[in-house]
Ligand binder design. Structure first.
Ligand SMILES: *Cc1c(COP(=O)(O)O)cnc(C)c1O
Length: 426
């Protein structure tokens, strides 16, 4: 049996397979470039592990307080050396990306300080952390104010607006690298570097924090190479490599990370406590695999962009733009399109493939949402996943794939479902 027949057995027709192959043929040079980035990043992670003499003793489980956890301390050195920062906090006690960001913000801000976002509205969940939407325990409740400068219509930074917004109370600048669920550009590390240089030229002691979610290992440099004082992210996205079952990281200056450690545990305890509960093998191995896993996900999103753009759909980023995160938006133009796409992604999953996702009224959203995910780690978005609100322009947000071949299968299956529903013709 050949590959085409194998796909046919899974329900992907020859017609869909051939359509995909034609697109992939044209993407070879781009995929080669992604492989070169992954190769560089693999060496970066590997060197950090060798430098820190990672050994089997570091994989041992600790419980209780977790004092003298050499495995935990070494993992944090590996992260710090990979991202070229003085220090790192990498913990299973950080429950998700939002938690990591909340820790980084609340640890480094004090009552009376002001937080500035010079890149417009932050990710949804951060609105409640900050208090843009009233929420129990928000920064606003603790007397931290917030100011925002929106991007200009072409997604560039409003330097005049930013200069005017910085005042004597401005303490911390938060910069979100990924567009998240907005339609702006995702920023490269270089663009973030320019923004950081600008704000620091106005007020040198500003703390610059970058929400690095979905951006890790997409380039050979990270925002921490470009002047960020902290980079923050989730281990069930890129840096967990699909193996970490929970966790978050904060890498940055020794001073900022120390503040975070005291905030995460308790004043007086700091970085010295926090048992690893036996999760370190997955953290180490996941980080080791992360450059390759990220490359696979990136190929998947570029493939999706090219397939759907060729069929006349608007895709963000488009088929040729450079990429700085792994998220792909496809505007399918109808509720049926969003549903068929997501059902295809679900049908291609290794877990729960037999489940049919349907739109539902998710708390906190103003429209029904459909989600496709058949992941080994619940909610993991480095694994192949898609979701979209059922409202114009009927966009789905697609990301992940632990391997390029799985991402490819998911996209082919989505195309098959679209074709079966009469929504496209090849
Ligand atoms: C995913 C994400 C977050 C929040 O992460 P959770 O793990 O879902 O809490 C924050 N910012 C951006 C840009 C993200 O993509």
């Amino acid at each position: 049996m050949d590959t085409k027949e194998m796909y046919a057995q899974m329900g992907i027709s020859n017609e869909v397979y051939e359509y995909g192959e034609k697109i992939i043929e044209k993407l070879r040079p781009r995929f080669d470039e992604i492989d070169r980035i992954a190769e560089f990043n693999q060496a970066k992670v590997l060197s950090a592990m060798q430098k820190n003499r990672v050994n089997a003793a570091h994989f041992a489980a600790t419980t209780g307080y977790g004092y003298n956890d050499g495995g935990r301390e070494t993992l944090e050195r590996v992260y710090a050396d990979t991202f070229h920062t003085e220090a790192a906090l990498v913990r299973p006690q950080i429950t998700c990306g939002t938690h990591a960001l909340a820790v980084a913000l609340s640890a480094n801000l004090r009552p009376g300080d002001e937080l500035l976002s010079p890149v417009g509205r932050p990710y949804d969940t951060l609105e409640e952390v900050i208090g843009i939407r009233d929420s129990i325990g928000s920064l606003k409740e603790y007397g931290v104010t917030y100011r925002q400068v929106d991007l200009l219509p072409d997604s560039s930074f409003d330097y005049d607006g930013i200069r005017a917004a910085i005042n004597e109370r401005t303490k911390l600048v938060t910069i979100q690298r990924s567009k998240g669920y907005q339609t702006r550009l995702t920023f490269s590390s270089e663009m973030i570097g320019e923004l950081i240089a600008f704000v620091k030229s106005i007020k040198p002691d500003l703390i610059c924090m970058v929400d690095n979610c979905y951006g890790e290992f997409v380039q050979t440099i990270e925002p921490s190479d470009m002047g960020a004082d902290m980079i923050v992210g989730s281990l069930i996205k890129n840096p967990g490599g699909g193996l970490a079952p929970i966790g978050g990281y904060i890498c940055g200056t020794a001073k900022c990370v120390e503040q975070c450690a005291y905030r995460l545990s308790a004043p007086g305890l700091g970085q010295e406590v926090g048992a690893n509960l036996g999760l370190l093998p997955s953290f180490y191995q996941g980080f080791f695999l992360a450059p390759t896993v990220t490359a696979g996900a990136l190929k998947g999103s570029i493939f999706a962009a090219n397939v759907y753009e060729s069929l006349g759909f608007r895709v963000v980023p488009n088929s040729t733009e450079p990429r700085y995160d792994i998220i792909q938006a496809v505007e399918l133009g109808s509720p049926e399109g969003v549903i068929a796409f997501c059902q295809g992604i679900q049908a291609a999953a290794p877990v729960d493939s037999y489940v049919t996702p349907v739109p539902w009224a998710m708390p906190g959203y103003d429209a029904e949402v459909i989600m496709a995910a058949g992941a080994f780690v619940q909610g993991s978005s480095i694994e192949l996943s898609a979701d979209g609100p059922i409202r114009p322009p009927y966009a789905v947000y697609f990301q992940g794939g632990l391997t390029w071949f799985h991402a490819k299968t998911g996209i082919l299956m989505s195309l098959q479902k679209m074709l079966d529903a009469g929504l496209v013709s090849l």
